[in-house]
Design a protein around this ligand. Structure first.
Ligand SMILES: Cc1ncc(COP(=O)(O)O)c(C=O)c1O
Length: 459
């Protein structure tokens, strides 16, 4: 496949990239994708171990089929809005999503992205409260959770460094702990630790006046912080407290849905019973700009009253071409039984990743389905940890040199390597990822041991 003449050798002067150091290195330019692999404009081939931004669930090989679906839709009706009237693809996609979503979640409101689905869910929770004669507007979210960057979604974001430049936030939000403490509950049992988290939530609800709080938002598996999961008792406790104090429970499934955790929606796998699911990315395997808010009958019912309407909408939500592509994505996923493939292979991925635990610097490997975190150990006290020995970009660069693309995130000082390949990735790809990780992390482990020896010789 020839490289794209538009990008080859062209200086990148006008493009302002997202979250990018614009004064730094010239960016790598990717021109082609196949299966789980990306190819850059110099012809180098990389295994995409992050599904780009956790979104290319189907990988890169189905573009032609999606393109034909888009083409057919362009020829029939290139655009129509979702304002009042509608078009067949939006109806069909809403029906598909209602069928795939957990029971009782039937009402689908389309938006163009994950952040906008979070924001729409907040507006929906507020409008729902008002429709019930209550004035609720605050939202509770969890420490270090990422929920998007538009100002409404950013307000719920648990990542302070993303928020602080842009204060004041639009939506008053209340922060509670995520489930990291369940990883190491110390003298407590896991169930005691779950109860402590639920007690904290209850306390925050009471301190902040329950009658003013519209919703609690959580991911079934929290990506930022390192694929933090929780037992069903935790999610059942969230449901109970939301019911007690009249909050809506929002599941942010922007990443976790559409097979990423082995189910169409991860809420079903982890015992999370939300009133609203927000999603995007895997809905179209990122081949379309498409997100969705999926609401329960209870949330939808007030809007059936004569004259009532949800005062929200935009030009592109439910775009017919995007909907046609999302429908094609779901059709292909079903045709190739992608969820069955994930079910059959997820243990192999887990086992390969867990084999890294013998390395000095690997502290934990956790996750579900095709969504994993390799957490690096803190270094011996007084010595820098893996972060300082190998900065995040350095780790990413070393992995890239070995042909594997992924991202290294930090939860406070803890370095976490994220592994979330396209759901079509197989044993060959698992081996490539783990071999590259072993190679890079062996060097880090050796350096940690060396520093530890140095420290003890000085003591
Ligand atoms: C859990 C979660 N929510 C929301 C978003 C925001 O999605 P988008 O980038 O489509 O606005 C993301 C993006 O990664 C996410 O991971």
């Amino acid at each position: 496949m020839p490289t794209d003449p538009q990008t080859r050798d062209a200086p990148v002067q006008n493009l302002w990239r997202h979250f990018a150091d614009m004064g730094g290195e010239t960016p790598q330019v990717f021109v082609e994708g196949r299966g789980s692999y990306l190819i850059d404009d110099a012809g180098n081939r990389y295994l995409d171990a992050l599904s780009n931004l956790y979104c290319v669930n189907l990988g890169y090989s189905h573009g032609a089929e999606m393109g034909r679906a888009a083409f057919a839709q362009y020829c029939q009706l290139g655009y129509h809005s979702s304002w009042g009237s509608t078009h067949p693809r939006a109806i069909e996609l809403a029906d598909r999503l209602a069928a795939l979503a957990p029971a009782g979640l039937n009402h689908v409101f389309f938006v163009p992205s994950g952040g906008e689905s979070v924001e729409a869910a907040w507006k929906l929770a507020r409008a729902f409260a008002l429709a019930n004669g209550e004035d609720r507007w605050k939202v509770i979210s969890r420490q270090s959770a990422y929920h998007g960057t538009t100002l409404g979604a950013l307000s719920l974001n648990g990542l302070d460094h993303l928020r602080e430049q842009f204060t004041p936030m639009l939506v008053p939000s209340i922060r509670i702990s995520n489930t990291r403490r369940l990883l190491d509950p110390g003298a407590d049992s896991v169930e005691d630790a779950v109860q402590a988290l639920l007690d904290e939530l209850q306390e925050q609800i009471l301190i902040n006046d329950p009658s003013t709080i519209a919703a609690l938002i959580v991911e079934p598996v929290q990506n930022h912080g390192g694929m933090l999961t929780a037992p069903p008792s935790y999610f059942a406790g969230l449901r109970r407290l939301c019911d007690t104090y009249g909050l809506l429970l929002i599941a942010d499934e922007t990443i976790t849905a559409f097979g990423r955790c082995g189910e169409w929606f991860a809420s079903a796998r982890f015992g999370l019973d939300p009133d609203i699911i927000v999603t995007a990315k895997g809905l179209s395997s990122a081949h379309a700009v498409m997100g969705a808010v999926i609401a329960s009958d209870r949330v939808f019912t007030p809007f059936l009253d004569p004259g009532a309407s949800f005062l929200h909408g935009n030009t592109f939500g439910g775009h017919p071409v995007m909907a046609a592509v999302a429908l094609k994505n779901l059709e292909i996923m079903e045709r190739i039984d992608l969820l069955g493939q994930v079910a059959a292979r997820q243990t192999a991925l887990e086992e390969r990743l867990r084999s890294l635990l013998d390395l000095e610097v690997v502290h934990d490997v956790r996750g579900a389905g095709y969504l994993w975190a390799v957490e690096l150990a803190s270094a011996p006290s007084g010595a820098p940890n893996g972060r300082h020995i190998w900065g995040p970009f350095e780790l990413e660069r070393k992995l890239r040199e070995l042909g594997v693309l992924t991202r290294v995130a930090f939860d406070d000082d803890i370095a976490i390597i994220n592994v979330a390949p396209p759901l079509v990735a197989e044993q060959t790809e698992f081996d490539i990822i783990v071999d590259a990780l072993r190679s890079v992390l062996s060097d880090v482990s050796a350096e940690v041991l060396q520093r530890r020896a140095h420290l003890s010789s000085r003591a």
